[in-house]
Design a protein around this ligand. Structure first.
Ligand code: UTP
Length: 300
């Protein structure tokens, strides 16, 4: 049997970003920079490197900056040329190149009714096909195979809905959706249940589901029911969970450096880590960090 390849990826980006207020009052969380690139661009680069041909961005009010970021800015190009800063044009060219290599479409989620609802909003553009979902908050950098490609390959092998999973310390399981598994082979776990935010002593494993998915069309049938879950929001995990038993669901322990940029501490950590890996910044950062540690400024 040849499985249809995964060609489309949904980027839900219509959330309110409340954990980052006030910066997200008039600016999408997905546009917050990691060093000098918005988090969503890391995701789009990963999608392209994984063979995705069409990206569907789910946006809401106040998300214009995402559309503008992936559009060409003739005005800025002109301005840079006029000011003799043509040396910077290649940076704009790199972003432009991303959108030339993909078809990017935008759909509006009129109200932030949850991640499941955001994904459902894109249903007419992915009808009948398995599709990927990437959460821009979860940045995964992999020198070898991109994380999404690892999921797509697992989908190719199993024909399953695929979740990206990672082992987390037992003390942290209550922050994640944790999978229960039956068996595993080569880092691919057969999923029998997904438990949202379990207490540490009640968690079925230490494998946490993170922001990458490959969904079988059956997940959309479940989303069609529009059943609200935790926080009265329509949860993607609930819909996936309801397909277990009728359709295969697996978790893939992906390889790569994972950064959770969805919380302020995680975001700051990711910025520091990536800056430390950047030649030209690292040299400035090391003495600065030493100075900070020595001065150990008190909170105000
Ligand atoms: P999050 O829960 O991390 O994002 O959703 P949020 O709701 O914007 O942030 P907080 O919790 O208020 O700080 C994960 C992803 O799903 C999108 C978000 O934009 C984010 O990229 N999302 C979430 C939607 O597109 N629509 C929703 O209704 C909820």
């Amino acid at each position: 049997m040849t499985l249809p390849s995964v060609r489309k990826a949904i980027f839900p980006a219509a959330g309110l970003g409340t954990r980052f207020l006030p910066v997200t009052k008039a600016q999408p969380k997905e546009m917050l920079p990691l060093v000098d690139k918005p988090t969503i661009q890391y995701g789009v680069e990963e999608a392209i490197a994984s063979g995705i041909e069409q990206v569907i961005m789910v946006t809401g009010g106040g998300k214009r900056a995402i559309v503008d970021h992936f559009d060409r800015s003739l005005e800025l190009e002109h301005y840079l040329e006029e000011r003799g800063r043509g040396d910077l044009l290649h940076i704009l060219g790199e972003v432009d190149d991303l959108s030339n290599r993909l078809l990017i479409t935008y759909v509006q989620q009129k109200e932030p009714r949850g991640l499941g609802h955001a994904v459902w909003t894109a249903r007419l553009l992915v009808e009948g096909e398995p599709c990927a979902v990437l959460l821009a908050d979860d940045v995964i950098l992999s020198a070898a195979r991109p994380a999404l490609k690892q999921l797509i390959d697992a989908h190719g092998k199993t024909g399953a809905t695929v979740l990206a999973v990672r082992r987390v310390p037992r003390s942290e399981v209550s922050r994640y959706g944790i999978i229960a598994t039956r068996g595993s082979k080569g880092g691919i776990h057969e999923v029998t249940d997904i438990v949202e935010k379990p207490p540490a002593d009640d968690a079925p494993s230490d494998l946490a589901a993170l922001g990458r998915y490959v969904l079988l069309p059956g997940v959309f049938d479940e989303l069609d029911r529009g059943e609200p879950g935790a926080g009265n929001e329509i949860q993607l995990v609930d819909a996936i969970k309801r397909t277990i038993g009728r359709q295969p669901v697996v978790g893939v322990e992906f390889e790569g450096d994972y950064y959770d940029t969805g919380t302020v501490p995680g975001y700051l950590r990711a910025n520091l880590m990536l800056a430390m890996k950047r030649e030209g910044l690292r040299e400035d950062l090391i003495p600065l960090l030493r100075e900070l540690l020595e001065a150990s400024p008190e909170p105000r």
